[in-house]
Design a protein around this ligand. Structure first.
Ligand code: I3P
Length: 132
């Protein structure tokens, strides 16, 4: 539907460096957390975490995949997003994203303003996909 596509393009595109770690893989909880800073792109209902924040950020917003390899891609359709409970991490400003296939990610930024814009954008993406 072209109208929905237009809304999605207008509201969802966002990119920047975030701290993230995967905590579950298809329903199976991972034993260790490995936080890393990664270039992160929200586009077309998909959140992509790239491997290396430095090389991929150099590629810019438009074509980061030319410069770096996606490490995780998260389909927002059917996903849920919430502020992570305190027992999930000692860090501040942590979001928890659960994909429909049962994978889980923590997403964090020291700046409350920055993490809040991501919270808004990802939540809006999830909501728009569920409305289609
Ligand atoms: C973990 C590391 C993580 C920390 C985690 C530690 O230790 O310090 O950053 O998560 O805490 O276990 P290690 O490097 O030895 O794996 P947070 O930074 O999110 O608190 P946890 O055990 O409470 O998950």
């Amino acid at each position: 539907c072209p109208a929905t596509a237009a809304v999605r393009t207008k509201t969802l595109d966002k990119a920047g460096v975030l701290h993230r770690t995967k905590t579950a893989e298809k329903g199976k909880r991972l034993r260790k957390k490995h936080w890393s800073a990664s270039w992160t792109v929200l586009e077309g209902g998909v959140l992509t975490f790239f491997k290396d924040s430095k090389t991929s950020a150099a590629g810019g917003l438009r074509q980061p995949s030319k410069f770096s390899t996606p490490e995780y891609t998260v389909e927002l359709r059917g996903a849920t997003l919430s502020w992570a409970p305190k027992d999930k991490s000692s860090r501040k400003n942590v979001l928890e994203l659960r994909s429909r296939d049962g994978s889980e990610y923590l997403i964090q930024h020291d700046s409350e303003a920055i993490i809040s814009t991501w919270h808004k954008a990802i939540a809006q993406g999830i909501q728009e996909l569920s409305a289609e």
